[in-house]
Design a protein around this ligand. Structure first.
Ligand SMILES: *[C@@H]1O[C@H](CO)[C@@H](O)[C@H](O)[C@H]1NC(C)=O
Ligand SMILES: *[C@@H]1O[C@H](CO)[C@@H](O)[C@H](O)[C@H]1NC(C)=O
Ligand SMILES: *[C@@H]1O[C@H](CO)[C@@H](O)[C@H](O)[C@H]1NC(C)=O
Ligand SMILES: *[C@@H]1O[C@H](CO)[C@@H](O)[C@H](O)[C@H]1NC(C)=O
Length: 389
């Protein structure tokens, strides 16, 4: 006997009894067409380029190759050669890839929406995309967008590609943002300067969770910050000297500052949990998984840690701040293009900042297992996990 969904999928109660019987047989009887059980019929994601499935490039087209080369075989709005952790998570829960909220063509929000855009910050930006490259869609704007979505869903005659109103209480909410708050001013004002506003970053995330709770949300996974001191881009761009490098070639001072922030985020989330006692507020320590990949890539089937697959210049980092992955620039009369390696499956870092599909898959396995989640949150117990291939 297969698992029958205890909560009928949205829209079922609208159908006639014969139709319902057919659907019951389809979903609840054994056979090739059974749908897996999962506590979460939808995901709502908030974030930056680490989880943007096409929002930024829907607003500001268009992304170009070699992004997407491994899985989608064309640019797919993701800052990677293939799928992101949020894509693998959706697949594992038996859901389609999340449509970006900003994408006006072909979107379907019945199983959630993705509000993340590349270069988003938690705090409202002081600057413009056209000045410093920071996205205007910061976390507060992303929150306004889901409120707007809910208002449309609650209208009596809403459109076909919107979810059931109950989705807001049943969905899994994922939040993966803060990296740009941490890094965008780092060279200008240094670690001590950035530390001045990091408490605001953590408390803004906490406030956002409370707002989502008021909208009905009960299950929140918050991803912590990655060890940016191991990123090829920051190893190239951020001031440091040789004594600041650890045995793995990562910058000690920047990584320590990330750990301090992550501990503060964890504390802040614990305080949220004390207030929202009937909610799950999960601190997901993807930092540890990423650090392990940078430190011991070979133990996880990879070859290169702090060297980017897609970039220019070769050397230890293969990152050129003048020419980002996929871009060309004429420098001293020579046309330089930052191209992709032929074997992204061997790299942790795709373009110096973002992870490869190979790394994202390993990170997702760790997230699904539950032991990097605090409190322990085994998605494998809450859902019949689907293979992520
Ligand atoms: C934005 O600018 C104001 C005033 O200069 C400053 O106090 C604040 O910290 C800045 N915020 C960020 C996120 O840089
Ligand atoms: C290297 O950087 C560290 C931390 O910024 C600093 O304390 C130290 O004096 C520097 N060493 C040299 C040789 O510049
Ligand atoms: C998070 O904070 C709680 C409460 O202070 C603490 O018990 C726990 O060990 C921390 N977890 C991590 C992963 O830092
Ligand atoms: C530089 O090379 C790229 C890739 O081959 C090409 O698309 C671009 O047009 C070239 N730019 C110039 C100015 O020649």
């Amino acid at each position: 006997m297969r698992n029958c969904p205890l909560d009928p999928l949205p829209g079922f109660r609208l159908v006639s009894s014969m139709w319902f019987l057919w659907l019951f047989l389809l979903f609840c009887s054994s056979g090739p067409f059974t749908e897996a059980k999962c506590k979460f019929p939808a995901i709502f994601n908030f974030g930056d380029s680490n989880s943007d499935t096409g929002g930024f490039w829907a607003a500001f087209p268009a992304e170009h190759s070699p992004f997407g080369m491994t899985y989608f075989k064309k640019p797919a709005g993701r800052a990677s050669d293939g799928r992101l952790v949020i894509d693998f998570l959706a697949q594992a829960l038996g859901l389609p890839f999340l449509s970006p909220y900003l994408k006006s063509i072909g979107s379907d929000f019945r199983h959630g929406a993705n509000f993340a855009t590349a270069a988003s910050t938690v705090l409202l930006p002081n600057t413009s995309l056209f000045v410093t490259g920071i996205s205007p869609f910061s976390l507060a704007i992303q929150l306004n967008q889901i409120k707007d979505l809910q208002a449309h869903v609650l209208e009596p005659n809403h459109y076909g590609n919107l979810p059931h109103p109950k989705i807001f209480s049943k969905a899994l909410y994922t939040i993966d943002i803060g990296q740009n708050d941490f890094t965008s001013n780092l060279n200008a004002i240094g670690i001590e300067g950035v530390k001045q506003y990091l408490p605001q970053v953590a408390s803004q995330i906490a406030w956002t969770i409370k707002e989502l709770y008021d909208m009905g949300g009960r299950n929140f996974m918050v991803f912590n910050l990655a060890p940016i001191g191991c990123f090829p881009a920051f190893l190239t761009e951020l001031r440091h000297n040789i004594s600041d490098l650890d045995e793995y070639g990562c910058m000690i001072s920047y990584n320590n500052a990330v750990v301090d922030y992550n501990n503060m985020l964890n504390e802040t989330l614990h305080q949220v949990l004390d207030v929202l006692q009937d909610a799950s507020v999960i601190y997901v320590d993807t930092h540890s998984v990423k650090l392990e990949l940078f430190q011991h890539p070979k133990e996880h089937g990879l070859l290169y840690g702090t060297k980017a697959c897609c970039g220019h210049g070769g050397g230890a980092y293969n990152f050129d701040p003048e020419v980002f992955c996929g871009n060309s620039k004429v420098i001293n009369g020579i046309n330089i293009t930052a191209t992709a390696c032929e074997d992204p499956q061997n790299y942790v870092s795709w373009d110096g900042i973002h992870a490869t599909e190979a790394a994202n898959k390993i990170i997702t396995w760790a997230v699904l297992g539950g032991s990097y989640s605090h409190p322990f949150f085994p998605l494998s117990k809450l859902c019949d996990l689907q293979p992520i291939g």
